[in-house]
Ligand binder design. Sequence first.
Ligand code: DQA
Length: 146
Amino acid sequence: MKKILVIHGPNLNLLGKREPEVYGKITLKKINEALAKEAKKEKVEVKFFQSAHEGEIVDAIGKAGDWADAIVINPAAYTHTSVAIRDALLAIDIPTVEVHLSNIYKREEFRHKSLIAPAAAGQISGFGLNSYILGLDAAVALLKNK
Ligand code: DQA
């Protein structure tokens, strides 16, 4: 069975309470539950990791190769700042899908630039919970085509 690691960046643990007008009312727990259900349907194994700390995310990506065949990542604010996360993804050569709940191109200009995008196979942005589900499906498709 193929294995997919889902990584959530900073402040995503606060979903539900955090800026509901932007991110909706869904909690991270509900997102992970929906992903676990989708993973079961697609017959893949899924694991979740959330951290507010850039270095911890870099470490998790560095170790991902021990377990994961693909990564789905919402780097949150680090999307726009983290050379370290981009380099970690480039270093491991595991197919990666970048996801965002909100449409980052409809928001403040500083969110329009993703430093992560060049290290990802593709990006899904703006569909709320569905960004994650579509992201998981995209990762599954990438693994099938491998
Ligand atoms: C986000 C978008 C980022 O700009 C923001 O910093 C987040 C969440 C999203 O899922 O829409 O924390 O990645």
